[in-house]
Design a protein around this ligand. Structure first.
Ligand SMILES: Nc1ncnc2c1ncn2[C@@H]1O[C@H](COP(=O)(O)OP(=O)(O)O)[C@@H](O)[C@H]1O
Ligand SMILES: [Mg+2]
Length: 411
């Protein structure tokens, strides 16, 4: 029986903790898979940044990328590798580059998701350019921002149409605040969005391939407490709706790894932010949920590499729109969209693969997350973020939360 080595590359930026754990746990799994009569083993390596010939081959089969959303050299290397060498990468760089928040709102509105009412407004000011004056003189209509705000009703949120990381997000309760926020928005193109209020639960649903995890999210808490550790706070119906929404959004945009934020208001899940295709993966935010992420990442990347999963280079939106155009309730459409999404992610084959080849993962991970390698990874991450006098305290806090996860998952 021949042996074939599959190469997995990690394209990293400031990441510290998750690659250490991913690599170490990968090694512990000691995989030699029998795939169609061939032995498949793996090598994991961190991708270097260097000049490249557009015709040079790439050694990787799968790349997990954390740089594309801001580091152009890596993005362009990845694009080349997908086009020329059939690299499988998550996430799809084109999808990440061009599908901002605005696109995600429009698309999910078209599918009938209860996205809050949202307006886009032209920017307050502009970078000067030769055609600006005649264009605005001729075509820009004067508008009354206060009237738009009054018609939408307060509270509303002003936020950049392509935003992320809470930059430039303002909660607005009246006309004056709306004007102030617009004055300060400068050249950025902004959305005004109906504030979802009141809401009783805020969930961040992290999706990785056909896998998901619900995190009860507390936006008002300090960073280390935003991802709450509650379990069993969602009904099976809530879980079905949230997981389906997440899988549909991710399949629609070709994002293998993304997190979707939704607020439950009067019993309805209102998605507000679902273009987060480079989700926080740090132990300092995820803590209790961190082992889930490492395991999910291992399962999905190993599956993609071992089975030569081919990348969906082009998106196919029409099949979703065909469902959207049918005359039936949103809940039924969501089921149908979700079936497409699960097909996109090859969910059945993935589960079968994990059962056959990765059945020891839970046990190996359970032991691993109690080891010094993990403790040291946490410490390194904490050292990079916290002042010296808080390092011991926070290292211990995050370690304890992971030990809680171990105790609970063992039970
Ligand atoms: N429509 C809304 N209703 C209620 N809260 C909102 C709304 N939009 C944004 N927020 C609040 O503002 C925060 C940041 O906005 P969000 O849309 O998530 O942007 P970002 O991409 O910067 O995270 C959210 O986590 C939430 O607390
Ligand atoms: Mg957000």
């Amino acid at each position: 029986m021949g042996t074939r080595t599959r190469h997995i590359g990690l394209s990293l930026g400031a990441d510290i903790c998750w690659p250490i754990c991913y690599e170490a746990l990968f090694k512990k799994l000691d995989l030699k898979l029998d795939i169609n009569g061939e032995t498949v083993d793996f090598e994991v390596e961190r991708v270097a940044i260097e000049p490249f010939d557009l015709r040079q081959p790439v050694k990787y089969d799968v790349v997990i990328d954390r740089l594309t959303h801001w580091y152009h050299t890596s993005r362009e290397w990845i694009k080349k590798a997908i086009l020329s060498d059939d690299l499988y990468v998550f996430n799809n760089p084109w999808s990440l580059q061009s599908m901002e928040k605005h696109t995600s709102y429009c698309a999910m509105m078209r599918l009938g998701f209860p996205v809050p009412d949202t307006w886009l407004i032209p920017p307050k000011s502009y970078e000067d350019r030769p055609d600006l004056e005649p264009t605005l003189q001729k075509y820009a209509k004067l508008f009354d921002l206060g009237e738009i705000g009054d018609n939408m009703g307060y509270p509303l949120f002003m936020k950049p149409y392509d935003g992320g990381a809470w930059v430039g997000v303002t909660a607005i309760h009246d006309r004056d605040k709306l004007r102030d926020a617009y004055e300060q928005s400068g050249t950025r193109v902004m959305h005004l969005q109906e504030g979802v209020q009141p809401f009783d639960v805020f969930v961040r649903c992290v999706g990785l391939g056909p896998q998901w995890r619900f995190v009860n999210y507390d936006p008002g808490a300090p960073l280390h407490d935003r991802y709450r550790m509650d379990r069993d706070y969602l009904s099976p119906q809530d879980e079905a709706t949230l997981s389906q929404m997440t899988m549909v959004i991710n399949a629609f945009f070709g994002w293998d790894f993304n997190s979707c934020e939704a607020l439950r208001s009067n019993g309805v899940w209102r998605p507000i932010d679902f273009a987060n295709a480079c989700p926080d993966s740090q132990v300092t935010s995820l803590h209790y949920h961190f082992p889930w992420l490492i395991k999910a990442n291992l399962r999905w990347s190993i599956f993609c590499a071992a089975t030569d999963r081919s990348m969906h280079k082009n998106l196919s939106w029409q099949q979703f729109f065909d469902i959207a155009d049918q005359d039936k309730p949103f809940a039924d459409k969501l089921e149908d969209y979700a079936a497409l999404a699960m097909k996109h992610f090859d969910a059945e084959r993935f589960e079968e693969f994990c059962a056959t080849h990765l059945s020891h993962l839970d046990e190996v991970a359970h032991e691993f997350f109690g080891s010094d390698v993990v403790l040291d990874a946490i410490r390194q991450k904490v050292e990079s973020l916290y002042p010296a006098h808080e390092i011991d305290q926070f290292t211990e806090l995050f370690w304890d939360r992971i030990q809680l996860w171990r105790a609970e998952s063992a039970a």
